[in-house]
Design a protein around this ligand. Structure first.
Ligand code: ADP
Length: 620
């Protein structure tokens, strides 16, 4: 035994928090601890296999790569041992004593804000790794020896409260042995071959290394992506997905691709049913593991597929990928580029088929991952054409909540319609009340409702679809054909002009212009885009990043056929200096600014409205 002393360390406060949540949460599915430990062992074995392939000079080269699970009825322990990469003392401190992943931190924050019942769901979805073992163990020992030459072995001990100890120990060969000293109430359920085997079967069917329980080898399943499609059923893929994602949930859809020429590869890709990112959690980590002849080369590869497809889970295996590949090679190698192209083509066409053939599935995918696809439109010029048909929009012509694609819109356009019209706003209901749409409604022109702030960037990048330019409705030249059948006498025209002049002086420089509208049917007035100005949604986004961003001035249009405007014109004829008329005029503009959420100084609105109410009340 060595002479190094036992050292005591405190857990990072986040770890303490996580342990506390785990131990006291009502999470029922405690058995997942075994899956987490096996999965750590698999990672460790994958890592050492890689090292052994690239460095012939390591100790223990003849050691089998395997996982052994056993239990001891007298000591009341479960033991999981692997011949993986092991850990140095510093690695133990860094990996076990602290939480490195930023995702875990955010997850914790959210967890501490959710209620108990919701919490247990989230724990299951997230996979809390090694620490989950403290749900069943009152004390854990980790005995580990790094694969590196002359590395000493260490024993880590903790009761999962606030601290742990590390001390040198004896272990002959590389790898990690985890000993769980079970809590009294867990002993009965877990110290049993059948129970443990059931847990392993349920959660760890696809372990790519030999695994034995109490000395008996368990049957392991071949890498699913290397098997012929004809021999696999949907259930097999689902089980594989559950295994790699540590989840109970089935995937929304999957795709199995194989090719021998011009490049060899096998891939199994999954679209999950939920998106933590869409739920407002952290940005997802890429979920495609890269293999070469079944050897794991890169877990969660950032380079094989474009970043916006980070929601995809699964495996790409190709013998074209050299073992010691660098990130640059993955990005620039011609053969890998071919694989990427092939996979993306198949993926987008698969999604397109779902869109028409399995609408419900597609709508869920859209709900969860529309942001990713839109990111693709913006960032992936080469695939823009393939992603465009996948886009869905709300529109003025659809029943509430129905979504259409651009093809449907264009197919429904009138023969003489040349542009694709859209409006932007926070939700469909408020857009439906947008006065700018009155003329469109009357002329039966369909307008797309862009309610996701990203949509506008998408439209900007697309510029056109099927040769039709996108045009924001407020700036479109859509007029009512009233003037033809209505002759207005000169004096009325003059009165409107005078009133407009009056409004311009009242509004000073708050608007770009005041005009008579020919696109309003019922509403008194409307704020429209000055040519070239960004939309309000876009401006609001700018404002978020820069508080001093000034909103562009808009054109204020009035409708002289509206009774409120008529009354105001009457007052203007009779008493052009009326204070009340000034108040009404200001309120008219500010109502519109309020509606669009761009009125910056609102303190005087309520007193003025109360004045106006008083005038009205006196007349009653
Ligand atoms: P995760 O596996 O998600 O990273 P864990 O808390 O389960 O989170 O594990 C933390 C880290 O501890 C792992 O990333 C790994 O570096 C190390 N580790 C855990 N188990 C083992 C093991 N059996 N062999 C080697 N390293 C391990």
């Amino acid at each position: 035994m060595s002479n190094t002393k036992k050292e005591q360390f405190e857990f990072q406060s986040e770890v303490k928090q996580l342990l506390n949540i785990l131990v006291y949460s009502l999470y029922k599915n405690k058995e997942v601890f075994l899956r987490e430990l096996i999965s750590n062992a698999v990672d460790a074995l994958n890592k050492v296999r890689f090292k052994l392939l690239t460095d012939k000079d390591l100790p223990d080269t003849d050691l089998d790569l395997k996982i052994e699970i056993g239990f001891n009825n007298t000591r009341k322990t479960i033991v999981i041992e692997d011949t993986g990469i092991g850990m140095t003392k510093q690695e133990i401190i860094d990996n076990i004593g602290t939480i490195a992943r930023s995702g875990t931190m955010e997850f914790l924050k959210t967890l501490s804000e959710t209620d108990q019942k919701e919490r247990s769901n989230l724990i299951g979805q997230f996979g809390v790794g090694f620490y989950s073992s403290f749900m069943v163990a009152r004390e854990i020992h980790i005995i580990t020896k790094s694969y590196q030459k002359d590395s000493p072995a260490w024993i880590w001990k903790s009761t999962g409260e606030k601290d742990y100890s590390i001390e040198e120990t004896v272990k002959k060969t590389r790898g990690t042995r985890i000993e769980l000293y079970l809590k009294k109430e867990e002993e009965k359920g877990l110290l049993d071959t059948f129970a443990l085997r059931t847990i392993i079967d349920n959660h760890s069917k696809f372990v790519p290394f030999p695994i034995s329980l109490e000395g008996e080898k368990l049957v392991s399943t071949e890498a699913i992506w290397a098997q012929p499609k004809s021999s696999l059923k949907a259930d097999d893929y689902h089980a594989f997905f559950k295994f790699i994602e540590h989840t109970k949930e089935e995937p929304e859809t999957f795709l199995h691709l194989s090719s021998d020429a011009p490049v060899q590869f096998n891939a199994v890709l999954f679209v999950p049913k939920t998106s933590l990112e869409a739920l407002g959690f952290f940005k997802e980590e890429p979920g495609i593991d890269l293999y070469s002849r079944k050897v794991l080369i890169q877990k969660g590869s950032r380079d094989i597929l474009p970043e916006y497809l980070r929601f995809l889970k699964g495996v790409i295996d190709s013998e074209e990928i050299p073992l010691n590949i660098s990130r640059e090679t993955i990005q620039n190698n011609i053969k890998i580029e071919k694989i990427r192209k092939h996979i993306l083509k198949q993926l987008f066409s698969h999604l397109k088929k779902l869109k028409t053939g399995q609408r419900e599935n597609y709508l869920r995918i859209w709900n969860n991952f529309q942001r990713n696809l839109k990111e693709g439109i913006i960032s992936d010029f080469n695939n823009r054409d393939k992603i465009t048909p996948l886009l869905l929009f709300h529109s003025s012509n659809e029943k509430k909540d129905e979504l259409i694609d651009l093809r449907t819109y264009v197919d429904r356009m009138a023969a003489d319609q040349k542009e694709i019209y859209y409006v932007t706003g926070p939700d469909g209901a408020s857009l439906a009340h947008n006065p700018a749409l009155e003329a469109f409604r009357e002329k039966k022109l369909e307008v797309l409702y862009l309610i996701d702030p990203l949509d506008e960037f998408v439209i900007e990048h697309l510029r056109e679809f099927d040769g039709k330019i996108f045009k924001i409705a407020e700036a479109a030249d859509i007029r009512l054909d009233r003037d033809k059948d209505k002759t207005e006498d000169k004096s009325t025209v003059k009165r409107v002009e005078d009133f407009i002049k009056y409004l311009k002086t009242v509004y000073e420089n708050r608007v770009a212009d005041v005009k008579r509208s020919n696109r309003l049917v019922d509403s008194p007035c409307l704020l429209v885009h000055a040519p070239g100005a960004p939309s309000i949604q876009m401006e609001k986004m700018m404002k978020l990043s820069n508080k001093d961003y000034p909103f562009a001035k808009r054109v204020f249009e009035i409708n002289p056929d509206n009774s409120l405007i008529r009354e105001m014109m009457r007052i203007h004829d009779e008493r052009p200096d009326s204070e009340e008329l000034k108040g009404l005029s200001l309120q008219l503009l500010e109502n519109m600014l309020l509606r669009d959420g761009i009125l910056e100084d609102i303190d005087h609105v309520v007193p003025r409205l109360q004045d106006i109410m008083l005038w009205a009340a006196k007349k009653l």
